[in-house]
Ligand binder design. Structure first.
Ligand SMILES: Cc1cc2nc3c(=O)[nH]c(=O)nc-3n(C[C@H](O)[C@H](O)[C@H](O)COP(=O)(O)OP(=O)(O)OC[C@H]3O[C@@H](n4cnc5c(N)ncnc54)[C@H](O)[C@@H]3O)c2cc1C
Length: 408
């Protein structure tokens, strides 16, 4: 939608093909229905992929400031929270409605319920050939569920395999592959992780501010802080989403992956030990082990820690040994969560993987077929949670669209 608008504004004759009944379906689901459309602080490390530095020259051509400028021209009033930008209305539909209105204002041809099945490069016929073997590329033939279309340039922006109910069913990868492009294995990202262990049913539903360290084959790979959501199968929440792409990739590669969870990042291990020691002294005559932890974490987490430490809940606090106190400290500061899997494409917000960036120019044009462009999530670039993925979609769409329009 954004690319069609930019190409139209740059003077191209544009046709937008969409196979569902409505354009912009995924936008409605973004940001919990509020659409976190960009982030004012984009830096190194916010984008991942086999070649993450690929995004730098692309962003130099169209920044988040320019994106917001374009949305403002369409009439968007926005607000910002910790760098994350939302429509002032708090409604994701505001963004998709504005894009639709702009497409209409520009009289852009939009066809829904048209599935693109194949894209064929078209070459000059024998009679048009200048010399023997000199075939001239003439554009593309698009084979669709509703007949054939021709185009000088094509921007392939079919999304990924994430949230396929919104239309992104992975067919874009197949279209790209048939055109000779390599696809880096698409896997879920910004996704919940499944853990080993018997304690998850016990703590399902608990949310707690934790510091998480992700280890792959014993090597520390990422660190995140924020509200972790414990579920009956494992861990979820923003900090988990942020490093999930690394965990998923490693699990897919059959590597050993675990997370160390610090339930009390604000409290040093020594301070925690002192707290527990003093508390135990207070409870010498009365109180059990559960009372010892009362006041620290969510009750379910306290119970889980006791069980993990092999300390019976009803045992007298006075009987807890120094070794057991140290074990409680270790579990609270460094609870080891071995990971065994991840949720599916249906649950993942985005995909990692996609069209190999080595085969694209910084204008997002295919190095294999002149006039073929890519934009958005179909490319092997995935962003952190916080507006970065939509910003990649806007930026890549703008760059591809303007280059394609100039080529026409
Ligand atoms: C629940 C959820 C919440 C999210 N929240 C945010 C957020 O707040 N901020 C953020 O930055 N990102 C968010 N994202 C990610 C963001 O929505 C995507 O990265 C972005 O929409 C990708 O844009 P795209 O145009 O590449 O693909 P899509 O938005 O998936 O659009 C691709 C379109 O192509 C159509 N299509 C596919 N194949 C064909 C075909 N063969 N023929 C015709 N049409 C086809 C699809 O139907 C679809 O309409 C969220 C994603 C989800 C699932």
């Amino acid at each position: 939608m954004f690319g069609a608008i930019c190409a139209k504004r740059a003077g191209a004759d544009v046709l937008l093909l969409e196979h569902t009944s409505r354009i912009g379906k995924k936008l409605l689901a973004t940001g919990n229905g509020k659409c976190n459309l960009t982030n004012l602080t984009i830096g190194r490390g916010d984008y991942r992929g086999n070649h993450p530095s690929f995004v730098t020259p692309v962003f130099e051509q169209f920044t988040q400031k320019q994106t917001l400028g374009l949305f403002e021209e369409m009439g968007l009033v926005w607000k910002e929270r910790n760098g994350m930008v939302y429509p002032y209305s708090n409604q994701a539909s505001t963004v998709s409605d504005l894009l639709r209105a702009e497409l209409e204002r520009l009289q852009t041809k939009v066809l829904t319920e048209v599935r693109v099945k194949e894209i064929l490069p078209v070459f000059s016929t024998n009679s048009e050939r200048r010399t023997k073997g000199d075939y001239i590329k003439k554009g593309f033939l698009l084979k669709t569920s509703k007949g054939d279309y021709t185009a000088d340039c094509v921007i392939l922006s079919c999304g990924s395999r994430a949230a396929p109910k919104t239309g992104s069913d992975g067919s874009g990868y197949k279209l790209a592959e048939k055109l000779g492009h390599s696809i880096v294995e698409p896997l879920p990202a910004l996704v919940q992780l499944k853990a080993e262990g018997n304690y998850f049913k016990m703590i399902a539903g608990v949310r707690s501010d934790c510091r998480l360290h992700l280890y792959i084959e014993e090597k520390l790979l990422a660190e995140e802080y924020g509200e972790v959501q414990f579920t009956d199968y494992g861990i979820s929440g923003i900090p988990v989403f942020q490093f999930s792409r690394f965990a998923v990739k490693a699990l897919w590669e059959k590597k050993r992956v675990f997370v160390l969870c610090d339930f009390l990042p604000e409290m040093e291990a020594e301070a925690l030990y002192e707290y527990l020691y003093k508390k135990k002294q207070r409870l010498l005559s009365t109180g059990n082990s559960e009372d010892l932890l009362l006041g620290l974490l969510n009750k379910k987490l306290n119970l889980m820690i006791l069980k993990e430490g092999g300390i019976p809940v009803q045992s007298k606090a006075a009987g807890i040994s120094e070794k057991q106190l140290k074990s409680i400290c270790r579990l609270m500061k460094n609870w080891k969560i071995p990971l065994k899997g991840y949720q599916s494409f249906e649950q993942g917000q985005i995909c990692q993987g996609g069209v190999d960036t080595k085969e694209l120019t910084k204008q997002l044009e295919s190095k294999i077929h002149k006039g073929l462009y890519f934009a958005g999530e179909i490319i092997d670039i995935d962003g952190r949670c916080g507006g970065y993925n939509l910003q990649w979609a806007w930026t890549s769409a703008y760059v591809a669209a303007v280059s394609a329009a100039l080529e026409q």
